[in-house]
Design a protein around this ligand. Structure first.
Ligand code: NAI
Length: 702
């Protein structure tokens, strides 16, 4: 796997060949460099075309080599670009499909570029907390102008080749080639060889701006406002500004040195580490240690959903959006009508906002078949149950599904708390049963916990993981336990939030502290949104199951007042009718103060730092148990759950990544300090064995 060499007449064609996207890995770079040398040395060759095999020109660095010595081994990307620029024969880059990151930087080293229409052109490095590091910030402004180039570099978003080629004065593409790209490129290369004369190099072009100080000042402010917690976007502005400054003094290489210095500086920032962790975590999540990637999959062409309530409706929309027909089943006609009407209303709201075209709405609704009859779903390839959260109701549904569904159909449950193994036992085909735990609103939230039962078959898991990709979810596998990965951790976080109230905090103070730290929503605002009665029901169960476990009573007192949250117009906060703005509640503060007095606690001022550490470390400690028990197979899976389902700040990389960055020794040390607090719960802060072990060995989770 590397690069292929061939000749077409007097034109050498060097084709990057490293599936899936021709990543510029070590072998590819070596063979590519050898190809250029060979073509330059061969007197029968007049010009060179570089291109990519299969589905891309090149997607840039080979992510399989990321962080390894191979990634920077010579010849590195900078050396390849130099080979192209120094070539004594015209080099034409023929780009198609995907031309991104290092792939685009390589193409910018060629003397000429031709493109197939529809090519996605991008410098996406900012998405992993970096700036382009092989001249992208210096060369792209030279061919596209400062403003277009900076927009692309700061956003990392792809732009189509024909759009870029239509910009006045652009020098990125010499030609857009309709039809056979390679033949067109070879013909163009031949023309350029005949033309003779000096070979144009992007590095020799000038880049100017009519008012650089004003423009870059404005760009910096815009970017800082939008990128708040991420340093890379502002650094993109610095690097592009450098291209203009050094163009004026004719010192291209000084611009390159500036780019390198910024790139290296960013590489070690916590934000860059967090983004890279999330980038790789997302890819790693779809890999299950004992389920090989070539596991055969079942065909999913028709889906059925049982229950047209809050979740059933949202779940159905995911499949309709992906063009997969859904039959939705309810017990009664009015519930069915209500469910279908809600789906339609959601789509209509998108049409109103201009996010969806009417014909798409019609097409999606046409894929939906409502029914009251199980016979209508018998031929579905997969059925997802989203009925009431009661084992008795689930039992009835799964017994019926076992009777009616065709052999080989996947039987999934959206249960959020019940035992998937027990649900599977209601059928004679437990190998076909799996949990698919969607998050609300199910058509919006990215996270899907795939709950693997004791008997779930490997091909069922493989099928559900790849189906998740189709419906654009981040799927993470969880073993069976109470709350699975996400909710099991959040229970400890909520317990700790309760202790903070008892000791002296207000709900608002706790929420503000973690929100300032980066959480999308503090624990009390989250409780009001999700419904405080859900946690109440769980605690009532816990009081029976684990009478020794300590909880603050404040949340029970709140629920006894009927303050369930937004849905009752009052929770930890007050709400105006029809509004969602949380307003601090005098009544709640008095309720907490009264409870505190009854416990004989003198309130103390608790710092934001202590609040954040107590909340986040309560997640980390439970996560360590989850990891040790094998409920999650890797630490990054836990981080993906929190990043995609719980509003954990991306720039912190997830609870495990954050704990690692703090140093596990420090985490354990801080937990010991919390354990000594008489108003907290010493057993709560007993470090999980895995955490204690890693800390003692100087290791980390990720
Ligand atoms: P819901 O009460 O909004 O909807 C349940 C629907 O199921 C109702 O329309 C009901 O008529 C229907 N139903 C009940 N028994 C049925 C049966 N035997 N056959 C056909 N339809 C039946 O409940 P929601 O919130 O949609 O929850 C459904 C499931 O999803 C539960 O297991 C819940 O724990 C889980 N879940 C809920 C989340 C949430 O935020 N609401 C989040 C994640 C999971």
């Amino acid at each position: 796997m590397g690069a292929k060499y061939e000749t077409r007449g007097d034109v050498a064609v060097i084709t990057l060949d490293n599936p899936p996207v021709n990543g510029l890995g070590y072998d590819t770079r070596r063979e590519f460099a050898a190809g250029i040398d060979r073509a330059v040395a061969d007197p029968a060759v007049a010009a060179i075309v570089i291109t990519g095999a299969g589905k891309a020109f090149s997607g840039g660095a080979d992510i399989k080599e990321f962080g390894s010595p191979k990634a920077i081994a010579e010849p590195n990307l900078l050396s390849l670009i130099k080979l192209l620029e120094d070539a004594t024969k015209p080099v034409v880059a023929a780009v198609h499909s995907v031309c991104m990151g290092g792939g685009l930087e390589l193409a910018l080293g060629a003397h000429y570029r031709v493109a197939a229409p529809g090519t996605n052109v991008a410098l996406p490095e900012v998405k992993i907390g970096l700036i382009p590091g092989a001249g992208g910030t210096q060369r792209l402004p030279r061919v596209l102008g400062v403003e277009t180039a900076l927009n692309m570099i700061v956003s990392g978003e792809p732009v189509k080749s024909e759009v870029l080629a239509s910009l006045p004065g652009q020098k990125l593409f010499d030609r857009i080639i309709e039809g056979d790209l390679l033949s067109g490129a070879v013909a163009f290369a031949g023309e350029m060889a005949k033309k003779g004369g000096a070979l144009p190099r992007v590095r020799d072009m000038k880049v100017t701006h009519r008012d650089p100080d004003a423009y870059f000042g404005f760009a910096r402010n815009m970017v800082k406002g939008m990128a708040k917690n991420f340093p890379a976007p502002a650094k993109c502005v610095d690097a592009v500004e450098g291209s203009v400054r050094f163009s004026k003094s004719g010192k291209f290489d000084d611009g390159m040195a500036l780019e390198r210095e910024i790139f290296i500086g960013l590489m070690t920032t916590p934000e860059c580490k967090a983004l890279r962790h999330a980038f790789f975590g997302e890819r790693a999540a779809s890999k299950i240690p004992d389920v090989p990637e070539d596991t055969p999959q079942r065909k999913i062409e028709k889906v059925a959903v049982i229950g047209a309530g809050t979740m059933g409706g949202g779940i159905s929309m995911n499949f309709l959006n992906a063009g997969i027909p859904v039959t939705i089943l309810e017990m009664k006609q009015d519930a069915l009508d209500r469910g279908v009407a809600t789906i339609r209303k959601n789509y209509e709201a998108q049409v109103k906002k201009g996010k969806l075209k009417q014909d798409k709405l019609d097409a999606r609704m046409a894929l939906l078949t409502p029914t009251l009859n199980y016979a209508d779903i018998a031929q579905a390839d997969m059925v997802i149950e989203a009925v009431f959260e009661e084992m008795g109701v689930k039992e009835k549904v799964f017994t019926t599904l076992d009777e009616v569904m065709k052999p080989g159909a996947i039987l999934a449950s959206n249960t959020s708390t019940l035992d998937v193994n027990k649900i599977a036992s209601f059928t004679k085909r437990p190998q076909d049963v799996v949990g698919t735990h969607f998050f609300s609103p199910a058509n919006v939230m990215k996270l899907l916990e795939v709950v693997r039962g004791e008997k779930t078959a490997k091909d069922v898991l493989a099928t559900v993981m790849s189906l998740a990709k189709k419906i654009r979810k981040t799927a993470v596998v969880s073993g069976v336990c109470d709350g699975f990965i996400g909710n099991r951790m959040i229970e400890q976080y909520s317990r700790q939030a309760g202790f903070l109230l008892e000791e002296g905090c207000t709900p608002e103070q706790v929420d503000k502290a973690v929100e300032k730290w980066g959480m999308a929503m503090g624990p009390f605002r989250m409780g009001d949104l999700a419904g405080n009665d859900i946690g109440w029901a769980i605690r009532k169960r816990r009081y029976q199951e684990k009478p020794g476990m300590r909880y603050s009573k404040t949340a029970d007192l709140l629920c006894e007042l009927g303050r369930y949250g937004q849905k009752t117009g009052a929770g930890w906060y007050d709400y105006l009718p029809g509004k969602r703005d949380a307003m601090p509640s005098r009544l709640v503060v008095e309720m907490i103060e009264k409870h505190r007095a009854e416990l004989g606690i003198t309130p103390r001022k608790i710092s934001d730092e202590e609040i954040v550490h107590r909340l986040v470390y309560s997640l980390v400690n439970e996560a360590a148990k989850i990891l040790e028990e094998g409920i999650a197979s890797k630490a990054s899976d836990i981080d993906m759950v929190y990043l995609t389902g719980y509003g954990f700040p991306l720039f912190r990389g997830g609870p495990m990544c954050y704990a690692d960055q703090q140093g596990l020794f420090n985490v354990v040390h801080t937990m010991k300090k919390f354990a000594a607090n008489p108003h907290d719960d010493a057993s709560f802060w007993q470090p999980a064995p895995l955490l204690a072990k890693l800390a003692a060995e100087g290791k980390s989770f990720t």
